[in-house]
Design a protein around this ligand. Structure first.
Ligand code: FES
Length: 322
């Protein structure tokens, strides 16, 4: 769990290498300028980066966790987003130094007899780290489903078609047509014992949540760091949040989240994923109708709680206890 990090909480890491993985997707390799070892991490971890445009974004670490000399991040330029990922791809160059926070993990790989990995688009980054981790442990008890629009947008293609992974990877291209989405129902129809890790765009995660509703929910894990594009929508409008006890009111503009707005108002609030998947920013909802956009709260919890990193108001006001 983190609170908003001050500048001093960030390491200064140098971009040692920047290589194209697929169309508009780049691999960044970050090291300390003095080549000292980096803080350790485990599969599923992410780091917060202050991008060249000044925005903070979380990016999953995709390299072998036993290598403490570098962090590898796979970043896709989200052309319809808010500019952070585009600034990384277009402005960040080899030799530049970026502020990077210590790794955190809200998508940990638990010990299990079997795993199902489901990655959509750039959601492959934490998943490839899990795959590499299991292979390094000599474990082959997993299958990866990797969904992309087409081969040109598919990262790590060579690695995923290697002999080590033969029979363990299904790559599906949908051509950008939702009607061509992979049919997961046959996989989920009968509740299984596998742990499911899903990272990708919101429609994919909603599909997996839908087909896995009859599975034990502690086996289903979600992660989504596409916050450049998903937290805000074009038709979002401003509303007010009021503190249930102090009466303080803050106007949340159309182009900011509740979390961002409260922080700007001086409140230190915990967060981690900032994409509605980890549960860290859970806040008591006292009254008002919320527009819930998270992947964490169950139906009965939505009457009394809200994830303020992504969710908004349907009406003019929400009364919260933050
Ligand atoms: S910070 Fe993770 S759900 Fe809000």
């Amino acid at each position: 769990m983190t609170t908003p990090a001050a500048a001093g909480d960030f390491m200064s890491l140098r971009i040692d290498r920047k290589t194209e993985l697929a169309e508009d997707i780049y691999l960044f390799e970050l090291t300390r300028p003095d080549n000292a070892p980096l803080p350790s991490f485990e599969a599923g971890a992410h780091v917060t980066v202050i991008t060249p445009c000044g925005a903070r974004r979380n990016y999953s670490l995709c390299n072998d966790p036993t290598d403490d000399s570098r962090y590898q991040l796979g970043i896709k330029a989200e052309r319809g987003g808010r500019g952070a990922s585009v600034s990384m791809v277009e402005q960040a160059a080899e030799g530049d130094v970026l502020p990077v926070a210590n790794p955190e993990n809200t998508f940990s790989l638990v010990d299990a007899d079997e795993y199902i990995f489901i990655a959509g688009g750039i959601g492959i980054t934490p998943i490839i780290c899990m795959v590499r981790t299991l292979l390094a442990r000599g474990m082959g008890n997993f299958h990866l489903y990797y969904l992309t629009r087409g081969p040109e947008l598919t990262a790590f293609r060579e690695e995923l078609s290697s002999a080590d992974l033969a029979g363990r990877v299904t790559v599906h291209h949908d051509g950008g047509d939702p009607d061509n989405m992979y049919d997961f129902w046959p996989l989920f129809e009968k509740p299984g014992k596998a742990h499911v890790y899903c990272c990708g765009p919101r429609p994919l995660m909603e599909e997996i949540r839908g087909v896995s509703g009859h599975w034990s929910q502690d086996r289903i894990h979600f992660e989504d760091f596409a916050s450049d594009v998903m937290a805000l929508r074009e038709d979002d409008r401003a509303f007010v949040v009021r503190h249930a006890d102090t009466g303080e009111t803050v106007e949340v503009p159309a182009d900011a989240t509740i979390l961002e707005t409260l922080r700007r108002a001086g409140h230190e609030l915990p967060s981690s994923c900032e994409s509605g998947t980890c549960g860290t920013c859970r806040t008591e909802l006292v009254s008002g109708e919320a527009d819930h956009r998270d992947m964490v709260l169950e139906a009965h919890q939505r009457e009394s709680h809200i994830m303020i990193c992504v969710s908004r108001a349907r009406g003019d006001e929400l009364v919260l206890r933050w």
